[in-house]
Design a protein around this ligand. Structure first.
Ligand code: GP9
Ligand code: MN
Length: 625
């Protein structure tokens, strides 16, 4: 019995197990009906083992160990990344993590975001190395083979090598640019990573010239438009406080939990002098929080290459800080964490902020999670602002409501049900309540400082806090909502515009996203960017609502107000295998492939065209800072 357990052929069941675990943990098992996917992964992985183990020496051993280690680490990284972001990792994020250690904060955060199941992708590793070694020791040497054995053996392995190279080239490089091939290399491990390197490394090196007029023409067709001048200038000359709220889902607004309001302060704010947009969506890229800031400040889409605060840190911008400075405002940013995180300290300079008050300058009087509490950040910010000349623009980024939502117990006021205590869902509601209380405090601080009446306060969420890719979160959320928790609700964040003295309060259903914040505020304050590269539009005068997506739901996904539809592209990158939900009911919709393909192409064009504008720093042709 032991004798059989010590046979090197046992490597193959372990390799098969690895493939199964990989597609299981990356949630791609239901896509194995694209039969090329499992066939190719088996071919490449078994083939690598088979071909490498023809050699009996130290060199071939190390070559195999190195290749297999890279494959294992990448599979683990894909599983970990997928468990939160729903997609495989790319060279861009590997560079982002290895060079800057940035994606999601500290170990606690990663622990709460990443599913432990991804560790299963490592279990075969010692066994496969062991069986490889066994094969080297016990297998017949090529030099010792008789001619009758040697010739077919070498021919068969040569044929295997040729098949592997052809398949790798055809599916990984996609030389004829076929959708059917793309469908495979969106899912299959080896060809996905090959194609990823090709597009993101080689493609960039080969970048050609840019045609600015063609870009402007494309923008004319794809960027949603606004006409009319409702509410133009109603906040002209007022101070502006723009607050990006960490992990702030929209479903909490107006919601009751266990007999308590989750956001009593914001709910009260909505009753007077406020526009509340209840179909407003996060448009983050791989720079998560920082990309939400980037989109909101500049009306530009982030992308799936790297965080814009690093990729375009030296570009010229003409977003809210610069526009308002040109109109005579001071521009200041506040955030209770280290200034280098997401490269903010550098990025804020080119965005136009005169000063960034970060952890290094604020008093760390009260800490929860990984930074200064929101209440303390607001208190200190108002103390600083009341000494500034008016009008000012202040951008504040909250932090307490950050995953894993571990609020210091002395700050918790929500009565949780026993069944929710200790769960991510329960913790989240607790920190949401805290953040809402912080907003209540902010209003009070502004009133006490005599700033309130002359200040427009704009609040929005950066991205979701409740991630539907985490099964425990999904089931609690679905139970809470009374329907399946899905992208339609997950990607929705609130946008609240409070203008003291406005004289009305409205809930507005126009579809919008973070890219629309700058143009909407510009209309209210009667200022103009003075350059044409703005990818959002004024939501108070919108002809339509249309938002492109890249993060979490995948490039090619969109939200279309005209059809009240949110569409998620299939994980294989095709519209055919995508899904759609009704924005008003949350119910699944049938996918009209022709219509969705048109919208999907428009969404992709919005992201790609904006990326070109940024890659070639085109705003610099219009402004000099
Ligand atoms: C930290 C914060 C978090 O400064 O903004 O960023 P996130 O992890 O949510 O992207
Ligand atoms: Mn965030």
């Amino acid at each position: 019995m032991i004798k059989y357990l010590r046979h090197f052929w046992l490597a193959y069941p372990f390799l098969a197990l690895k493939i199964f675990i990989y597609y299981w943990q990356t949630d791609r098992l239901d896509m194995m009906n694209v039969y090329e996917v499992p066939v190719l992964t088996v071919l490449f992985l078994f083939g690598l083992f088979e071909l490498c183990s023809m050699g009996r020496g130290k060199a071939s051993r190390w070559i195999f160990y190195i290749i297999y280690t890279i494959v294992t680490v990448l599979m683990f990284a894909d599983a970990a990344y997928s468990s939160y972001f729903g997609k495989y990792i790319s060279v861009n994020q590997i560079y982002q993590i290895t060079s800057f250690g940035q994606i999601a904060g500290d170990g606690n955060v990663i622990g709460a975001a990443v599913s432990p199941g991804c560790l299963l992708t490592l279990i075969d590793y010692p066994f496969v190395l062991y069986f490889y070694r066994l094969r080297q020791k016990t297998g017949e040497k090529l030099s010792a083979m008789s001619m009758r054995k040697f010739v077919p053996y070498v021919l068969a392995h040569g044929l295997l090598l040729v098949i592997m190279i052809c398949a790798w080239f055809y599916y990984g490089f996609n030389p004829y640019n076929l959708r059917s091939v793309q469908k495979v290399n969106h899912i299959e491990f080896f060809t996905y990573h090959t194609n990823d390197i090709l597009v993101n490394v080689v493609g960039k090196i080969q970048r050609g010239d840019v045609d600015k007029d063609a870009i402007l023409n494309t923008m004319e067709e794809i960027v949603p438009k606004s006409s009319g001048d409702d509410y133009k200038g109603v906040a002209e000359g007022k101070n502006l406080i723009l607050i990006q709220t960490e992990s702030f889902n929209d479903f909490v607004i107006g919601a009751e939990y266990n007999g308590q309001e989750l956001t009593p302060n914001l709910n009260a704010l909505l009753q007077e002098d406020t526009f509340y947009f209840n179909h407003f969506y996060s448009t983050t890229g791989v720079g998560n929080t920082s990309d939400a800031e980037f989109a909101a400040l500049n009306g530009l889409y982030p992308n799936d290459e790297r965080e814009c605060y690093r990729l375009y840190v030296d570009n010229t911008f003409q977003g809210l800080p610069w526009i308002l400075r040109d109109a005579g405002y001071g521009a200041y940013a506040f955030h209770g964490y280290v200034k280098t995180f997401w490269n903010r300290d550098e990025a804020y300079k080119t965005q136009g902020f005169e000063h960034f008050y970060s952890q290094e300058e604020l008093d760390m009087t009260e800490i929860s999670g990984f930074g200064l509490t929101d209440k303390e950040m607001f208190r200190q910010a108002v103390d600083i602002l009341k000494e500034k000349e008016q009008p000012f623009f202040s951008f504040m980024i909250t932090l307490t409501n950050h995953i894993p939502y571990e609020l210091d117990p002395s700050l918790a006021t929500l009565e949780l049900k026993d069944s929710d205590k200790g769960s991510t869902f329960g913790n989240y509601l607790q920190t949401i309540r805290y953040t809402d209380e912080a907003f209540g405090k902010l209003i009070q601080y502004l009133k006490d400082a005599g700033l309130y009446d002359n200040t427009m306060i704009v609040i929005y969420g950066d991205h979701q806090g409740m991630n539907m890719e985490t099964p425990a979160v999904k089931s609690k959320m679905s139970a809470f909502l009374g329907r399946e928790y899905n992208f339609d609700e997950m990607l929705k964040v609130p946008l609240i515009i409070h203008i003291p003295g406005l004289g009305e309060a409205k809930t507005i259903g126009t579809v919008g996203g973070e890219v629309d914040i700058m143009p909407t505020i510009a209309n209210l304050m009667n200022v103009d960017p003075g350059q044409p590269f703005v990818f959002g539009h004024d939501l108070l005068n919108a002809d339509e609502g249309f938002v492109a997506q890249i993060s979490y739901i995948g490039k090619g996904s969109f939200i279309a107000g005209d059809n009240a539809m949110i569409f998620g592209i299939g994980k294989d990158g095709t519209v055919e295998s995508g899904s759609a939900w009704n924005l008003l009911t949350g119910q699944r919709m049938n996918v009209n492939v022709n219509l969705c393909q048109q919208y999907s192409d428009r969404a992709t064009a919005l992201i790609d065209t904006c990326k070109e504008v940024l890659d070639y720093n085109l705003i610099a042709d219009y402004v000099t800072h």
